[in-house]
Every structure is written in structure tokens, then in C-alpha cells.
Write a protein that binds this ligand. Structure first.
Ligand code: MLT
Length: 239
């Protein structure tokens, strides 16, 4: 029997139930933009982020005096001061702060995966540092793509493909699922020009229509940071 560990890809949160319980580490990925914003927030010195799935829960934290961000369908939800743009977390006011965040898919995926022994946050922004850390752990890894409302998306799958490929190349990991093989092939075709590859992807179009082109470019830039956010007792903190 092979002693190699598994690295697999779950293409949408809707399929997570079929993978649940089998992996030591779940990497939650939402390249556009939740997990990119989360990595950026830690890179710029935020202390913690509580990911919440519903706007009601986000409101209840706001009423208690927390700093709360909320995004739905790419836009800041009325009544909240910030959303999901990585640029909003580059401000001094967030340094050392604890923040609550609710987004359409990303924070929901984090909460769906929260039963796993370890949950970490992945994006293109931290993909090399995260992959190196995963190699050192030598555990079974599942990349959970946040997708869009339980549907497949390209950008999260490409990021999952980078992780799969990097881990498999060490000879210490193997993939058995077709979703993982497909993610690897997508990454290999997209890598020369991720922005061009995603030109007509659904969320890129959605964000472009909201004039969020700079966010898209930033989120598609690999390896801007070494931070690896990790879920501890319901809160994301820096590893
Ligand atoms: C999400 O969680 O679905 C997103 O990151 C959407 C976005 O704000 O771009």
C-alpha cells in the first residue's frame, strides 16, 4: 500500500459532503475575492477574522460593537462599512483589530469545512507559502473551492490545481479524483496568463461590471504574501 498522502479537490461546497471526514487539512479557496481579502488583511496586520455565513449573524456582531464587513453578489451590503475588497484591508485602522466578515461564498465555505481537524485559507496570493507548509505537514489535504452559489468556478479550481501539482511533484502526494486531475490541467493551461484565461469567467465579468478590475488583478497575482490564515475556535488567525 502506498504511504503517499492524498491531495484532492472538491469543486464546490455543494459536493463537500462527499469528501467530509476523510481529510486532515481542508484548504478553503475563494480567489475572487474572499480568501484573497483574508490573506491581505493578515498581511497588513489584522489580528483575527470571524467568518460568518449569514447577514443576520453579521448584524448581531455589529450591534455588539464589532467591526463588521459584509458582501453579497460582489457589493457591500447596506449598513456595513466595508466588504470584500483586498484594498479595504490595507488601511491602518485594521491593524491589530478583530473583524467579522460575511461574504456570498467564501465565509460560507469556511464554515461548511469547520468540522475538519485543520482549516487553512488559500489564494493565489499565498499559494507557494501555503503549498510548502502543506508539504511539511505530510497529511491528507482537500482543497475546497468556494465556487459561486454551489456552482463550479474557474479561478478557485486553477488555484486548487497549483496546490495539487506542487504537492504531487514532491512524490509524497497522490490524487485519485478526476476533479483533482481536471484542476491540475486547468492550472497548466491558465498559468501563463491567468487574467486573460479568466477573461469571460462569470465572476470576473460580475466584478468588472462593478468596476472592480483592480481587485481582480490584485487577486490574480501569485505569491504576494507568505501568510497562512488558520481557523482556531471559529476565528481565523495568522499561523
Ligand atoms: C464570495 O465570498 O462569494 C466573494 O468573495 C464574492 C466577492 O466579493 O467577490
Amino acid at each position: 500500500m502506498s504511504s503517499r498522502k492524498r491531495v484532492e479537490v472538491c469543486l464546490t461546497p455543494g459536493e463537500y459532503e462527499y469528501y467530509k471526514g476523510e481529510y486532515d487539512i481542508v484548504v478553503v479557496i475563494d480567489v475572487l475575492r474572499a480568501t484573497s481579502a483574508i490573506c491581505t488583511a493578515f498581511d497588513y496586520g489584522i489580528r483575527s477574522i470571524i467568518p460568518v455565513s449569514s447577514i443576520e449573524k453579521a448584524k448581531s456582531y455589529k450591534e455588539k460593537g464589532f467591526l463588521v464587513g459584509a458582501e453579497r453578489k460582489g457589493q457591500i451590503v447596506e449598513g456595513f462599512d466595508f466588504g470584500n475588497s483586498p484594498y479595504s484591508y490595507m488601511k491602518e485602522e485594521f491593524k491589530g483589530k478583530d473583524v467579522v466578515l460575511s461574504t456570498t461564498n467564501g465565509t460560507r465555505a469556511i464554515n461548511i469545512a469547520s468540522d475538519a481537524p485543520t482549516v487553512v485559507i488559500g489564494a493565489l496570493l499565498n499559494v507557494d507559502a501555503l503549498s510548502q507548509w502543506l508539504i511539511e505537514q505530510d497529511k491528507n489535504v482537500l482543497c475546497l473551492c468556494s465556487g459561486w452559489q454551489d456552482k463550479f468556478n474557474l479561478e478557485d479550481t486553477i488555484c486548487a490545481g497549483v496546490i495539487c501539482d506542487t504537492l504531487i511533484r514532491t512524490g509524497k502526494f497522490t490524487s485519485e479524483e478526476d476533479s483533482s486531475i481536471a484542476a491540475k490541467y486547468l492550472y497548466l493551461s491558465a498559468w501563463d496568463n491567468p487574467l486573460g484565461y479568466l477573461k469571460s469567467s462569470s465572476h470576473r465579468r460580475r466584478l468588472k461590471n462593478l468596476n472592480l478590475n483592480e481587485d481582480i488583478k490584485y487577486c490574480l497575482t501569485p505569491n504576494k504574501t507568505d501568510v497562512i490564515p488558520i481557523l482556531k475556535d471559529g476565528k481565523l488567525v495568522k499561523l
